[in-house]
Design a protein around this ligand. Structure first.
Ligand SMILES: Nc1ncnc2c1ncn2[C@@H]1O[C@H](COP(=O)(O)OP(=O)(O)OP(=O)(O)O)[C@@H](O)[C@H]1O
Ligand SMILES: [Mg+2]
Length: 339
């Protein structure tokens, strides 16, 4: 349904010099650097998928989405949405897609939400009964009623986002591109937007491509994630695959009664043990270990023999920690693709 093949976008960044004199000088010089915002990115997305597109600030997420929605022309490579080039076939493409850029509203500033929706209905030629059905669906799920007749300029951020989200879906697009749709929202509104995304994906089979810095969004909404860094794809696969690939460390927490803490003298593991780390905390100890080097059972029985243990908890690595580790490492030209 969507194919992206060696897609790249370069920007010319003109070098401006500091100060007034510099600004005048810059007017007459044409010194520039090439910034590769997206660098030979390839992937394909099937109908009904929900894909999280994540990466650090400036990684190239919005630029990719802009090329996929026909806003920007790629420098090289190809992008096809329903078999057509989104840039040269913009008119055809917009019928099939819905777009939300969290930072920008597509609604008419001075008009009430209701009027904006009516205009969109006419632009996209949505039949009246379908429009009513959709409106009822989104009014219900996003609670639009309380501000439906309010001019957009008077809406709060969260209200605007809810209206924008509904607006992008009134014409039943087959795919929706969401660029940070939950930015700056409170937990309740975030939840509403998330469940709306889940609903349109599950009930209407709408394909979802979601960019966000909130990993909870990804965990709740997406089955697949693509990680991009410095314009290149670092990872493409399921959340489970991400955990298996990168989450080699596990934690076991042993709760030790206060009276017993500090009693032991003998260390739990030889000081040079590889792939093991013991961390003390107020309620006991945490044994951090590499799961390909150590067996959970063996570690537990060893600690149980040597310490008074009241309770045990085994922790899977949090997605947040894994993603942070990937972001910190950066690309360095590596590509790890696991489907
Ligand atoms: N119009 C432009 N002209 C020059 N450089 C640009 C332009 N648009 C984006 N860039 C640069 O391209 C890179 C990628 O930007 P992009 O907006 O795609 O990042 P992003 O992944 O969406 O980041 P964020 O999480 O901050 O939204 C950045 O270094 C940015 O400065
Ligand atoms: Mg962005």
């Amino acid at each position: 349904m969507i194919t992206v093949d060696n897609l790249s976008k370069e920007f010319k960044v003109y070098e401006k010099q500091e100060g007034f004199k510099g600004a005048v000088k810059s007017l007459f010089s044409s010194k520039y650097k090439i910034k590769k915002a997206v660098d030979q990115v390839s992937f394909s997305i099937d109908a009904g998928e929900s894909v999280g597109y994540i990466g650090v600030n400036g990684a190239g997420k919005s630029t990719t989405l802009k090329m996929m929605t026909g806003i920007l022309l790629p420098t090289s490579g190809e992008c096809r949405v329903f078999g057509v080039d989104p840039f040269t076939n913009r008119r055809n493409n917009v019928k099939n897609i819905g777009v939300v850029f969290g930072q920008r509203s597509q609604l008419w500033w001075d008009l009430p939400v209701s009027e904006s929706f009516s205009i969109l209905q006419k632009i996209y030629q949505v039949p009246q009964n379908r429009f009513r059905e959709n409106l009822a669906f989104f009014k219900n799920i996003l609670e639009l009623d309380e501000f439906y007749l309010t001019p957009v300029r008077n809406l709060s951020l969260g209200q605007k986002m809810r209206a924008d989200f509904a607006a992008s879906l009134l014409h039943d697009p087959k795919v929706v591109f969401l660029d940070e749709p939950t930015i700056g929202l409170d937990i309740v509104v975030k939840d509403r937007i998330r469940s709306a995304i889940k609903d349109i994906n599950a009930q209407r089979n709408t394909t979802v491509i979601l960019t966000t810095h909130d990993l909870q969004d990804i965990q709740e909404v997406c089955r697949r994630i693509i990680v991009i860094d410095e314009g290149k794809i670092l990872f493409d696969g399921s959340i489970d695959a991400l955990k298996t690939n990168y989450g080699r460390w596990r934690n076991i927490h042993f709760e030790i009664p206060l009276t017993e803490q500090g009693e032991a003298t003998e260390p739990l593991f030889p000081p040079d043990s590889e792939g093991i780390e013991v961390i003390d905390d107020p309620s006991g100890i945490t044994v951090k270990f590499q799961r390909d080097m150590h067996q959970v059972g063996e570690l537990i029985s060893r600690v149980m023999k040597m310490r008074q243990v009241r309770d045990i908890k085994i922790n899977e690595p949090e997605m947040q920690d894994i993603v942070k580790a990937i972001y910190l490492k950066g690309s360095a030209g590596r590509t790890i693709g696991v489907q």
